[in-house]
Unconditional design. Structure first.
Length: 100
């Protein structure tokens, strides 16, 4: 994991003031999820993001609000996790997506 990202994640965790369970961090390019992608420069393979378990609307709102305030520029929202990333290597920034 990149120290720059870990510093941001630490600040988010401090402000959120609740446990944050990371469900996915660094993934090798041969990881099944990464191997299915059409590009090989994703944030997970660069150690510049993580997925955090999250299942309630209130927690989603709080995490997203705090993440934006602390420099997260790439957010993905799923039913049971939030992707938090800082981008890199040509990835678009200032984006939010869903996994539906």
């Amino acid at each position: 994991m990149q120290p720059e990202f870990m510093d941001v994640l630490y600040k988010i965790r401090q402000e959120y003031d609740k446990p944050m369970r990371v469900t996915s961090g660094y993934r090798h390019p041969t990881h099944p999820v990464e191997a299915r992608k059409t590009h090989s420069n994703g944030e997970h393979t660069q150690g510049r993001c993580c997925d955090v378990s999250c299942t309630t609307s209130r927690d989603r709102f709080d995490i997203v609000r705090i993440a934006l305030k602390n420099g997260i520029t790439r957010i993905g929202i799923a039913d049971n996790f939030i992707h938090l990333g800082i981008g890199g290597n040509g990835l678009p920034s200032c984006v939010i997506w869903d996994y539906k």
